[in-house]
Design a protein around this ligand. Structure first.
Ligand SMILES: Cc1cc2nc3c(=O)[nH]c(=O)nc-3n(C[C@H](O)[C@H](O)[C@H](O)COP(=O)(O)O)c2cc1C
Length: 202
C-alpha cells in the first residue's frame, strides 16, 4: 500500500484521489432559482442520502478555482428551495451541457434540452425527463474551509418524491436505471452494466 498524507498534497491531487477512488457516486441534477427568479440547473456527484426521519439528503458544492461559490449554493441559500432530479443514460449528454461554469445570469435549461415540470411545493421546476424527482427545502449549509476546493455542505429536507410509476410495485421497488460518476470523464450506466465517457464541454 502507498500511504498519502493529505497535509502534504495540493488540493488538485486530493480531488483526483477522492474523485477517482470513492466510486461510483450518484449524481444529483439540481434545479434552483436565483433570488431574482433565474432558473439554474447543475450536476453534483458529492451527493447522497442523508437520513430517513426526517428524510434528508446532502450535496457538497465546492468553491471554484477562484474561491467563488457555485450558483446552486448561492440560490439555495437565498431561496431555501431546490429539486434533486436523478439521471438515466439518455439524460447524460444534456446533463453534461449544463456543467460548464456559466455566469449566474445564464439559464442552463436552455443548453440542456430538458423540459421544465412545475413542482408541487417549491418554486424551482422539476426535470420532466427524470425518473426520480425530489422536492427539497434547505435545512442547513455547513461551510468547511475557505479558498478553492473548500466545501459548502448543503443539507436538504425532502418533502415529496415523484417516481416513475413502473418502478413501484407495491412494497417492491425496482432500482432505477441511473448513471453514476466515476473519475474524470468516466461514468457508469447501471442499465447496461457498462462504463461510458463524456468529455466536459468548454
Ligand atoms: C457529473 C458531474 C458531477 C459534478 N459534481 C460536482 C460536485 O459534487 N460538487 C461541485 O462543486 N461541482 C460538481 N460538478 C461541477 C458543477 O456541475 C459545475 O461547477 C457547475 O458549473 C456548477 O453550476 P452552478 O454554478 O450553476 O451551480 C460536477 C460536474 C459534473 C459533470
Amino acid at each position: 500500500m502507498t500511504t498519502i498524507n493529505f497535509a502534504d498534497e495540493p488540493f488538485g491531487r486530493i480531488y483526483d484521489l477522492m474523485s477517482n477512488l470513492v466510486v461510483p457516486r450518484p449524481i444529483a441534477f439540481v434545479s434552483t432559482l436565483s433570488e431574482s427568479g433565474i432558473p439554474n440547473l447543475a450536476p453534483f456527484s458529492f451527493f447522497n442520502i442523508g437520513g430517513i426521519n426526517p428524510p434528508s439528503l446532502t450535496i457538497c458544492t465546492v468553491l471554484d478555482g477562484k474561491g467563488e461559490q457555485k450558483d446552486t449554493c448561492t440560490n439555495i441559500e437565498a431561496t431555501g428551495e431546490f429539486v434533486v432530479n436523478l439521471l438515466t443514460r439518455s439524460m447524460a449528454e444534456g446533463m453534461n451541457e449544463t456543467s460548464p461554469n456559466f455566469p449566474d445570469h445564464v439559464n442552463e435549461w436552455a443548453y440542456s434540452g430538458f423540459t421544465m415540470l412545475e413542482s408541487e411545493l417549491v418554486k424551482p421546476a422539476r426535470v420532466a425527463e427524470s425518473p426520480v424527482q425530489m422536492e427539497c427545502t434547505l435545512y442547513q449549509i455547513v461551510p468547511h474551509g475557505d479558498g478553492p476546493g473548500a466545501s459548502r455542505y448543503i443539507i436538504g429536507q425532502i418533502h415529496r418524491m415523484h417516481v416513475q410509476s413502473e418502478l413501484l410495485n407495491g412494497a417492491l421497488i425496482t432500482p432505477a436505471d441511473l448513471i453514476a460518476r466515476l473519475g474524470g470523464p468516466q461514468y457508469l450506466d447501471l442499465a447496461n452494466h457498462e462504463r461510458f465517457e463524456l468529455k466536459r464541454p468548454e
